[in-house]
Design a protein around this ligand. Structure first.
Ligand code: SAM
Length: 287
């Protein structure tokens, strides 16, 4: 069964009385080159367990199953479960679970689904939950090797931007804190059925064995970063002071201690400078 063929997809879906839900980000891949490329890039192989989020009708799942030891695919839309039983009936190394990836107990799921296996995450993510899914996976300190995911092009650029460069935001600092990001390849909007209004990009976040920088507490680090980006067009003195509700004098003191000029902008600060600022704020008991 050719799961990249729009005719085949339409006929399977109509047989199951299925109609696309925009709200669930249901844009299915129809370019035959994308899924094999993603499956190869994520390292699906013998000895590897892959967690897929949102299998849809199983076009990427199929490529993962033919390479990996085991694939567990979590799909929120219960209407797709009978479709998947039909399209992926050839694979005995697949477990399809109905569920919301944002609500599952992921440490427990990975422990029961992939004992003794190296774990990869691979997905064409529904756009409406890109950030919460990625942040949830990064923050949970899971035994995952890497996330290889397709996201909206603009989100990819923001997620992977190096702190200190124009495109960065607080989410970039979080990505770099936990992982080593890389932009892999672009995917045009006409590679999907139905075609969305935006282009996509496949990115890979390789999880670090320990965070990139040393900070007194992760919570303090992320509060500092968020505060700095709370008004990204303003100087770091103003945004940090407003974001932390900290008097200007104390904010100035912390910036001086961290050797950061107060008229710089959040997007100009490096990871080391955010770390120095977190240390200075913690030392002064300002955070
Ligand atoms: N993997 C398929 C492909 O590439 O053609 C489908 C990708 S489609 C962009 C996103 C999929 O995620 C849909 O099947 C949708 O139903 C599912 N989904 C949406 N929200 C979800 C959630 N919270 N948890 C799990 N799956 C979800």
């Amino acid at each position: 069964m050719n799961l990249s063929d729009p005719q085949t997809i339409r006929s399977i879906l109509s047989r199951h009385g299925f109609s696309f839900s925009k709200g669930l980000g249901q844009n299915f891949l129809i370019d035959p080159s994308v899924c094999p490329r993603m499956a190869e890039a994520c390292g699906a192989d013998k000895g590897v367990g892959v967690l897929e989020i949102g299998p849809g009708i199983g076009v990427l799942t199929k490529e993962l199953c033919s390479r990996a030891q085991k694939v567990t695919a979590v799909e929120l839309d219960h209407r797709l479960l009978p479709v998947l039983s039909e399209t992926l009936s050839d694979f005995s190394n697949l477990h399809v679970m109905e569920g919301d990836i944002l609500k599952l107990d992921l440490p427990e799921l990975l422990k029961t689904e992939f004992p003794g296996l190296k774990i990869e995450v691979c997905a064409n993510l529904p756009y409406y939950i890109t950030s919460p899914v990625i942040m949830g996976l990064l923050e949970a300190d899971l035994p995952i090797d890497a996330l290889t995911v397709m996201v909206q092009k603009e989100a990819a650029e923001r997620l992977c931007a190096l702190p200190g460069t124009r495109a960065c935001g607080s989410v970039s600092a979080a990505v770099w804190f936990y992982s080593e990001p890389e932009i892999l390849f672009p995917v045009k909007r006409d590679c999907f059925l139905p075609s969305p209004k935006v282009d996509s990009t496949v990115i890979q976040l390789r999880i670090r064995s320990k965070p990139l920088i040393d900070v007194p507490s992760q919570k303090a680090f992320f509060r500092t970063v968020h505060a700095c980006f709370s008004q990204r067009r303003k100087t770091v003195l103003n945004s940090l002071s407003a974001g932390l509700s900290l008097p200007k004098e104390k904010t100035r003191q912390a910036l001086f201690e961290a050797k950061i000029l107060e008229n710089r902008r959040a997007e100009q600060l490096s990871m080391d400078e955010f770390a120095a600022l977190t240390r200075a704020l913690s030392k002064g008991d300002f955070i």
